[in-house]
Design a protein around this ligand. Structure first.
Ligand SMILES: CCCCC/C=C\CCCC/C=C/C(=O)SCCNC(=O)CCNC(=O)[C@H](O)C(C)(C)COP(=O)(O)OP(=O)(O)OC[C@H]1O[C@@H](n2cnc3c(N)ncnc32)[C@H](O)[C@@H]1OP(=O)(O)O
Length: 282
């Protein structure tokens, strides 16, 4: 093999370095680009990245790991080329074991706070459907780039789910109130054109690598800022949004658990899960 070829291969190998998140699971994967210092955090729970307890814990650990290792930014994406995330794993909410449900909802609240308040610049390369909490993951980031042909939004009310305050806030942090309110009440899923029109997403990409490049460019726009000043300013800007969850996480947890355990919620969920399963067998 020519020396120049070996050199090129070494360079390719050096460009992206996988870092673990200490728990050995592959539910999320983190790769840091050695050149830019930007970490790509990939959701990797087949078939549709539905967020169960393990994925939420893993995701939270990866976000913290990315901050600890001094990465310059975080790009959130999916290993599935059709689904960014299908939201909460509904099996976690259906006839739940109460201890697991408590751990699950705590993990959800913690993960959202970690991503929403992350010190580093964050961007989502949305390479598939981003449904409900899938959309919440994207809106917790500072910038969103999406591929055409997919849907994004929170359609909870269509299926009889009330939206908890932090999910509401994640919409309100990117959409004007009247648009957020209308979309939530309609249970609307946005097409890419609609999402772009209301600024639910910032840019359209023509493929996953294009989306990653666009996200990296956004993150690069902070190159001349001082990281601590940027992080603190972001925290201050978002302080009001997180007040409720930071001041009273257990109260928020209690309210959600009470609601999830109602016969009304459980019956509705049962019907929805059955529909979802029969659709996937068509
Ligand atoms: C005042 C206090 C209020 C507190 C309120 C507390 C709780 C209420 C919660 C409210 C907020 C809700 C947030 C959520 O995130 S709920 C989740 C909502 N997500 C969905 O409805 C997505 C449903 N899925 C789909 O629409 C599609 O799967 C798709 C994402 C478009 C992908 O389509 P496709 O590629 O065709 O895949 P399949 O449909 O064939 O799915 C493959 C298998 O995955 C299962 N699946 C899909 N999504 C979920 C899910 N979210 N949870 C669990 N399982 C899921 C699907 O059934 C298939 O399984 P199978 O192969 O075993 O049949």
């Amino acid at each position: 093999m020519l020396r120049s070829q070996t050199k090129l291969m070494d360079l390719g190998r050096r460009l992206c370095r996988s870092i673990g998140n200490n728990n050995g699971s592959n539910l999320t994967m983190v790769e840091v680009d050695d050149k830019t210092g930007i970490a790509t955090l990939t959701l990797n729970k087949p078939p549709v990245n539905s967020c169960n307890l393990e994925l939420l814990l893993d995701l939270n650990e990866s976000i913290k790991q990315i901050e600890r290792n001094g990465s310059r930014g975080l790009i959130l994406t999916s290993s599935n080329d059709k689904v960014f995330s299908s939201g909460l794993d509904l099996n976690e909410l259906h006839q739940p074991n109460q201890d697991r449900l408590i751990a699950f909802w705590r993990a959800l609240q913690d993960m959202w706070l970690s991503l929403f308040l992350s010190r580093v610049p964050t961007a989502a390369a949305i390479n598939g459907h981003a449904i409900a909490v899938g959309c919440v993951l994207a809106t917790a980031c500072e910038y969103r780039v999406m591929l055409p042909g997919f849907s994004i939004g929170i359609h909870a009310t269509k299926f009889g789910y009330v939206v908890p305050p932090f999910i509401l806030i994640s919409y309100l942090s990117v959409l004007p109130r009247y648009i957020a309110e209308r979309a939530l009440l309609q249970g609307k899923l946005f097409s890419i054109d609609e999402a772009l029109h209301v600024n639910l997403i910032d840019e359209v990409a023509d493929g996953k690598s294009d989306a990653i490049i666009k996200c990296a460019k956004f993150i690069g726009s902070f190159a001349k800022t001082q990281p601590d000043a940027r992080a603190l300013t972001k925290r201050q800007t978002r302080a009001q949004d997180v007040q409720l969850l930071i001041k009273d996480p257990e109260g928020q947890l209690r309210e959600s658990l009470e609601y999830i355990n109602t016969p009304f919620f459980q019956q509705g969920l049962e019907v929805y899960l059955a529909k979802l399963k029969s659709k996937s067998k068509e």
